[in-house]
Structure formats: structure tokens, C-alpha cells
Design a protein around this ligand. Structure first.
Ligand SMILES: [Zn+2]
Length: 93
């Protein structure tokens, strides 16, 4: 996988992976792009598991974009999955 155009950067150690129990990497967006701001919300930080590719989002790291209608997005697992799809670039790391 290509490493150029990195959209996220490691900022230290995260929690242990809920799937494989290895230490994850804490990451944040290298730049808050317009694409991110056009989403209803984004995560300021998250954990990424290199060994298994799991991405762990945390509710308390969630940032709502003010200009979007938050009511349209209930806090369900479906939203997380949809968000993950939009964040597909993360899986290209
Ligand atoms: Zn893992």
C-alpha cells in the first residue's frame, strides 16, 4: 500500500485492540479537510491496530460538524459503519 498522501498521523500509543489485544496506535487527522468537515461528524482521535487493521473510534473523541443536521444521525452502530466507509482512506495506510 502506498504511504504518500497520508491523511492521518500517529500521535502515540492507544489502548489495546479489542479484537487481538495488541497495543494500538493513537492517530489523528494530519489535516482537517473540507471533505471531513462536510461529514456530519468526525473523530478527532482514534486507535488503529496495525496487526489486524481494526479501527477503534471513541464516542468522547467525536466532533460534530456544526453546519450538519446532527438529528439525522442517531448514534447507532450503523452510523459507525457508514462513517468507516467514508473513512476508507484510513484503511489504505
Ligand atoms: Zn487488533
Amino acid at each position: 500500500m502506498s504511504k504518500k498522501n497520508k491523511s492521518s498521523v500517529s500521535i502515540g500509543e492507544g489502548n489495546n485492540c479489542p479484537k487481538c489485544n495488541k497495543p494500538m496506535e493513537r492517530r489523528e487527522h494530519s489535516k482537517i479537510t473540507e471533505k471531513i468537515l462536510n461529514q456530519p461528524f468526525y473523530f478527532s482521535e482514534w486507535d488503529y491496530c496495525k496487526p489486524c487493521g481494526h479501527i477503534q473510534m471513541y464516542e468522547y473523541k467525536k466532533v460534530w460538524n456544526k453546519n450538519k443536521r446532527a438529528d439525522d444521525f442517531k448514534k447507532t452502530q450503523t452510523d459507525f459503519e457508514e462513517y468507516n466507509e467514508r473513512m476508507d482512506f484510513l484503511k489504505q495506510i
